[in-house]
Design a protein around this ligand. Structure first.
Ligand code: ATP
Length: 893
């Protein structure tokens, strides 16, 4: 169907819809049933069985399986079956961990799925774009990604960039009129908007004519590869480290085996012991546990209103040293109320709070009727006319649909008895030049009932005053002299100092057939009318968040399009701006070279009246100075800066699709405090990963060393293969997972940010692993030797003692791993998962030792009660000896 050839009314008939009411729910349901969801087909998912088999691809696991098969054939059935059972349980565990990681990543993807504004049952509402059907009427504006193929039925300076489809990066201006001709290419169908393309300017309304694989995009992208999951820097480092660890573990194991054989142990049993040791000592589960820890952390972040779009951001968050944040809506509530008006040297106050349109006007203490003061009335009327916001009443509550700045102007006008309906009877809007944050203005061309035409502009007062040549003063139009300009600037400053956001209104008359070619044409030689000043209270939690960030070594920088005086006032209230902190304006920034900015950027806390383009320059300067920068944004033009920053943050409520796509973190509540919470969580996740790396590797070091020392001392094997594998599965597995869920240490936001270059073993982690691991090995061996010397005929008893000592030493050590300082710094019962994991491990150990049917499988015998004193005494040493010495050293300082 050539939709572009049809008139918009004909399209309405063809797709059987109603442009005023949209589709009914019943119709939508039946169309979804008939044509399916609006989705592009994704590449096939990997098969579950294959994913399970993947778990066995590890070389040492294969060797172990082969070795057990051989031992099975040689008649060691029990050993063989037990080892295979443990390997399979291990594989299941790995498989479930990976599935869980995958599932939570998928859930994340769905959470950040795009939505559209659609007209259904006569009302506009946000729906998932997946649910769009042919005939749906949708509206979109600058920053949106088009989510189906549409015939444009209303265009307001609409421009769409179609490079995803046509390769052409210059945006196409869209219009509504039909286009005739044969073989018109996609790029020339100027009344169509295609799935996957990007609205770069203006706004529009369209009717869906194709969805899913039937769209132009669906036809070229038959199979859309699902986005790859990115691995984080730590995961990459661990992968490299894994190779080294494998080599070291294999080399040590090899030495153990060779020594054992030299000391007279038989080759076969040494081989099996060696392979089991290698399987246990190689931390093959580490990457999967890291992914699980990361994705569980991500889920905790969602509860705190932050959605991580790219997993590496979780780690980078912990390194952030500067947060560059927008002011309006992120640090403030974005609930604006006009409280002051100014025109021609007079200031009026308006009463009332929030969006409720009732309040009175005062000049000093005097009540004023706005309809009796012409300039005041004009200020209010034009503020309402050049405006797209709408106030709706639901029961007794007033709800704003649209931009809060515009909403405040609607409410102030309604307090004076005006309504949009009344204005629509008097004025017809011929054209609109939409607001954009670079121009900082919006304009309309209107005609009144007498046929008089004029331009109405509203925008940032300092910009408007530059574009005005005269001003309304004493009810007359006067030349805007330097004196009058100074008066206006004084008024702007006065309002700004009270932390008010200011909007100016201006206008100019047009001839009956005068054509306005461009925005610049419309927004010049204006007549300045006056100002409306609105409060936008800071969010109450932001001040505390700024302070906490400062304590955590993170600087907060406010970047705002708002006026310098207003920005400064709010920054002071929020304690962002210190006594000697610098404030810089966008115009100064434009004049600075990159080097100049780099040299002063450390002292700047507020950037005011900036355009989105400036944000990129700021990010680069901070990064040049070695900072890890988090940058927020919402509009199309913010995307480059969001992308360039280390942690790009988009607003969930006010953010455009483009900003969200560029970001690695989305704030569901647009709130600055959420960034702080996410950073805290990011730091904690990283610390938790360090905790279980420490635990697992120290355990492995202990396991290898006990075997190595025994062989060096020409002793019998202190642990049999199945015991080693059991320790690897139970004692290492469960508590490590629980450490991944540990609570943050109380001082996690009192430390400086982590350096992104920091290695896995930084901050003494390597020393802790080796020293604790060494001691675990020594005490296990000591327990074995004491009992073996006492009862040389009962090797199995001594082995059981060694097994119990190793398990207990690890389970006590796990509590030490919870703190960067020492075991005494934290309440051991705080992490209930860990307490549960440790108790279960102990119970499972007791079952293996005391339950007769299991004893032959695990080569154990019941331990006498008095020997538990020996076991517990020895196993406490690795944790308490070093922690104790640390404590005494601290005290003596
Ligand atoms: P932030 O960057 O912190 O979100 P902001 O919302 O003030 O700050 P912009 O949206 O770029 O930044 O607005 C810049 C200025 O443009 C505002 O200070 C205001 O004077 C003016 N302005 C904002 N919204 C509108 C609008 N809808 N129409 C006309 N002018 C506007």
């Amino acid at each position: 169907m050539k939709w572009y050839e049809l008139k918009s009314e004909d399209v309405e008939r063809h797709v059987n819809t109603d442009y005023d009411q949209g589709l009914t729910s019943k119709e939508v349901k039946s169309r979804i049933e008939k044509f399916g969801y609006n989705e592009l087909q994704e590449a096939e998912k990997p098969n579950m069985f294959l994913m399970f088999l993947e778990q066995f691809k590890d070389f040492m696991v294969l060797v172990l399986l082969a070795a057990t098969l051989v031992s099975g054939l040689l008649g060691e059935y029990i050993d063989a079956i037990a080892i295979i059972a443990i390997v399979i349980i291990n594989a299941f565990l790995g498989f479930f961990q990976e599935r869980k990681a995958e599932k939570s990543l998928q859930a994340l993807k769905e959470l950040s799925a795009p939505q559209v504004m659609a007209l259904r049952e006569g009302a506009w509402s946000k729906i998932p774009s997946k649910e769009l059907v042919i005939g749906d009427v949708i509206k979109f504006s600058s920053g949106d990604r088009i989510s189906a193929d549409l015939r444009v039925i209303n265009s307001n300076s609409l421009e769409i960039e179609e490079s995803a489809l046509t390769g052409e990066s210059v945006p196409v201006q869209k219009r509504v009129e039909p286009i005739s001709g044969t073989n018109i290419g996609l790029g020339d169908q100027e009344n169509m908007a295609f799935m996957g393309t990007l609205v770069t300017r203006g706004s529009g309304v369209g009717v869906v004519v194709a969805t899913g694989m039937k769209t132009a995009m669906g036809q070229i992208a038959d199979l859309l590869q699902s986005a790859e999951t990115m691995i984080t820097p730590l995961q990459r480092k661990l992968e490299q480290l894994g190779k080294i660890l494998i080599t070291v573990a294999l080399a040590l194991t090899f030495i153990v085996v060779v020594l054992g054989v030299m000391q007279g142990h038989d080759v076969y049993s040494m081989f099996l012991a060696g392979v089991s040791l290698a399987v246990a000592a190689i931390p093959e589960g580490l990457p999967a546990i890291v992914t699980v820890a990361l994705s569980l952390g991500v889920q905790r972040m969602i509860k705190n209103n932050a959605i991580v779009r790219k997993l590496p951001a979780v780690e980078t968050l912990g390194c952030a040293s500067v947060i560059c944040s927008d002011k309006t809506g992120t640090m403030t509530q974005n609930k604006m109320t006009v409280t002051h008006l100014w025109s021609g040297g007079t200031t009026w106050n308006v009463s009332g709070t929030g969006y409720e349109p009732s309040g009175r006007f005062y000049e000093g203490d005097k009540d004023v009727n706005p309809s009796e003061v012409k300039s005041l009335q004009q200020l209010l009327t034009f503020g309402l006319l050049c405006n797209n916001a709408e106030l709706k009443q639901k029961k007794s509550e007033f709800i704003l649909d649209g931009d809060p700045t515009e909403g405040a102007l609607v409410v102030s006008a309604m307090k004076a008895g005006m309504t949009r309906k009344l204005l629509e009877e008097q004025f017809i809007i011929e054209k609109e030049f939409p607001f954009d944050s670079s121009r900082k203005m919006m304009s309309i061309i209107v005609r009144d009932t007498n046929g008089k035409r004029f331009v109405v502009t509203k925008g940032a007062p300092d910009v408007l005053i530059q574009n005005s040549e005269s001003i309304l003063w004493d009810q007359k139009q006067q030349f805007l002299s330097t004196r009058l300009k100074d008066e206006v600037e004084g008024a702007i400053e006065d309002l700004g100092k009270q932390a008010l956001r200011t909007i100016a209104i201006a206008f100019k008359a047009l001839g009956p057939s005068q054509t306005v070619y461009s925005e610049a044409d419309a927004e010049s030689n204006l007549i300045f009318i006056g100002l409306q000043g609105m409060i936008d209270p800071p969010r109450p939690e932001v001040k505390q968040a700024v302070i906490e960030c400062r304590e955590a070594g993170i600087k907060t920088v406010m970047i705002t399009g708002d006026h310098i005086v207003t920005a400064k006032a709010i920054a002071k209230q929020l304690e962002i701006l210190p006594e000697n902190g610098k404030v810089i304006q966008g115009s100064e920034l434009s004049d600075m070279t990159d080097e100049e900015l780099e040299s002063i950027v450390e002292d700047v806390y507020v950037f005011a009246r900036v355009s989105p383009e400036h944000k990129l320059k700021i990010v680069r300067a901070l990064q040049k100075n070695g900072h890890i920068v988090a940058m927020t944004g919402d509009g199309v033009n913010d995307a480059p800066a969001i992308k360039a920053s280390d942690i790009g943050i988009a607003m969930g409520i006010t953010g455009t699709d483009v900003a969200k796509e560029a970001s690695s973190l989305v704030l569901l509540d647009d709130n600055f405090a959420t960034i702080k919470a996410a950073i805290k969580e990011g730091r904690n996740i990283y610390e938790n990963i360090r905790k279980f790396i420490r635990y697992l590797l120290a355990s492995n070091v202990g396991e290898i060393l006990v075997m190595l020392f025994a062989m060096l001392l020409a002793l019998p094997l202190p642990l049999v293969p199945i015991q080693i594998l059991w320790v690897n599965l139970v004692t290492d597995g469960l508590p490590a997972m629980a450490l991944g869920l540990d609570q943050a240490e109380s001082d996690v936001m009192k430390r400086a940010p982590r350096s992104p270059k920091e290695g896995v073993f930084a901050r003494k982690l390597g020393w802790k692993i080796i020293s604790r691991g060494f001691l675990i090995g020594i005490v296990t061996l000591a327990a074995f030797m004491i009992v073996y010397n006492r009862q040389p005929d009962e090797l199995m008893y001594a082995q059981t003692i060694a097994f119990a000592t190793l398990v207990m030493a690890q389970l006590i050590h796990v509590f030490d791993c919870r703190s960067e300082r020492s075991v005494f710094h934290r309440n051991p019962f705080e992490n209930k998962y860990l307490v549960f994991a440790v108790i279960s491990s102990i119970l499972l150990m007791l079952v293996v030792i005391y339950y007769p049917p299991l004893q032959p499988i695990f080569h154990t015998t019941a331990i006498a009660l008095r020997d538990w004193l020996l076991i517990l005494g020895l196993s406490a040493i690795p944790t308490f000896m070093l922690a104790g010495s640390l404590l005494t050293r601290k005290r003596s300082k």
